[in-house]
Ligand binder design. Structure first.
Ligand code: UGA
Length: 423
């Protein structure tokens, strides 16, 4: 089938490349000319495992353009994969979605507009009304949310736990279901509002688990239990399951913080106070800041102290620093008067971190440090020569914000080791 994808960000590029790999003809359209030029030259502007190879392998079926007409010419399905960032009020900013809806040319051909961007429940209904207002009854609407995580997006797309398709007309849902032929996964057919809610509820359930285990970790710290053991012990209960029980310095990224806020606001806008989600968000904010308290307890006032942040991306395997705990930490440490140095193997900290010394290596970041904070669990940090690291530091204090390292090994090297919720 012929598909147009609007938006050449993480979601749009992965969606486009994967559909091309499934044998469809795909045109990806974006408004940023430099991005499209780079993609045409074969340069992929984001760091995503396997994406470069996938795009390369499917060159014949995958093209890039800035022109709406070129993208939608002959397309049976038009995917919307544009950004929906939070506005000042916490609601999702849908202006890029509306632009796509308004740019669709008038035609008699039957096409399906498929929503990949994460949008509030009710968006599909509003888009339907706007399409009808424009006389575009030929355009069907389907909600087909994405559940891919950065770093594993290609694998998640090709081997999903489920495919969710919400349609006003069954025939439009059938078209989108056919697009996924070749992917072996259960297909959930739903009404549009329920499909929209599945996306938001799935992310809300995941962040609730993270804040839950972080709170358990905080109580472990106060009572002498070890959260790693606790997570293992509860995770073996089949009703609970083992995933998303890694305690740490909080969740970040372009999705979880934004989507939980958007669901909270969606509920509030309709007069409902989503108390549990409010608490989940607050716990996460506090969790990012707790590290500063740990450092203060060990070092006293942080003014003039040198603190090294190891890892800046919101998780390993990506260069994405959006809503990363490193940003809050760097800001808090700066506010306390600490001198902050930082290193990340991929993320470019110089763009988002003011007043932070960006080092070329982890060891360089540790030079003369009074403490190090492991912020992102990069494999490079597990494999670091911690003995050499210790000798570069003025004071061997390590806060392992991801519980990645072995406390006994670090202590044997003379480190004072602090994890999150470790005995
Ligand atoms: C997340 C979801 O996992 C995807 O299913 C979803 O499609 C995506 O959001 C989205 O809505 O687009 P992503 O943000 O890429 O994907 O990253 P995750 O791997 O889920 O991690 C998110 C954050 O949670 C990271 O900061 C990570 O460190 C943190 N996390 C995760 C924990 O602190 N503990 C855990 O046990 C798991």
């Amino acid at each position: 089938m012929k598909i147009a994808v609007f938006g050449a960000g993480y979601v749009g590029l992965v969606t486009g490349a994967c559909f091309a790999d499934l044998g469809h003809d795909v045109v990806v359209r974006d408004i940023v000319e430099q991005r499209i030029d780079a993609l045409r030259r074969g340069e992929v502007p984001i760091h995503e495992e396997g994406l470069v190879e996938l795009i390369d392998r499917n060159r014949e079926r995958l093209s890039f353009t800035t022109e709406v007409a070129e993208a939608v010419e002959g397309a049976e399905v038009v995917y919307v994969a544009v950004g929906t960032p939070p506005t000042y009020s916490g609601d999702a900013d849908l202006s890029a979605v509306w632009t796509v809806v308004d740019e669709l040319p008038v035609s008699d051909d039957r096409i399906v507009l498929a929503m990949k961007s994460t949008v509030p429940v009710g968006t599909g209904r509003t888009v339907r009304l706007r399409l009808d207002d424009r006389g575009l009854a030929n355009v069907g609407y389907v909600s087909n949310p994405e559940f891919t995580a950065e770093g594993t997006a290609v694998r998640d797309f090709m081997h999903p736990d489920r495919i969710v398709i919400g349609a006003f007309e069954d025939g439009d849902g059938d078209v989108v279901e056919r697009l996924h032929e070749g992917i072996d996964a259960p297909v959930i057919r739903a009404d549009v509002a329920s499909a929209e809610m599945i996306k938001l509820a799935a992310n809300a359930a995941l962040v609730t688990r993270i804040s839950f285990i972080n709170e358990i970790a905080n109580v472990c710290e106060a009572t002498g239990a070890d959260v790693l053991k606790v997570a293992e012990g509860i995770g073996l209960d089949r009703r609970i399951g083992p995933s998303f029980l890694r305690a740490g310095i909080g969740f970040g990224g372009s999705c979880f913080p934004k989507d939980s806020l958007a669901l909270k606001q969606l509920a509030a806008n309709s007069g409902y106070n989503f108390q549990l989600l409010n608490a989940v968000i607050e716990v996460n904010e506090l969790q990012k800041r707790r590290v500063v308290g740990k450092l203060e307890r060990k070092l006293g006032p942080l003014r003039g102290k040198k603190i090294a942040l190891l890892g800046l991306a919101f998780k390993p395997g990506t260069d994405d620093m959006r809503e990363a705990p490193s940003l809050v930490l760097a800001g808090r440490l700066h506010a306390e008067g600490a001198e902050v140095s930082a290193w990340d193997p991929v993320a470019d900290g110089s763009v988002m971190l003011d007043g932070v010394r960006i080092a070329d290596s982890a060891l360089e970041a540790l030079d003369g440090a009074d403490a190090a904070v492991l912020v992102t669990e990069w494999p490079e940090l597990r494999d670091l020569d911690w003995s050499a690291a210790g000798s570069r530091m003025r004071n061997r204090l390590l806060v392992d914000g991801r519980n990645m390292l072995d406390p006994d090994e670090l202590r044997a090297l003379g480190f004072e080791y602090e994890g999150i919720g470790r005995a």
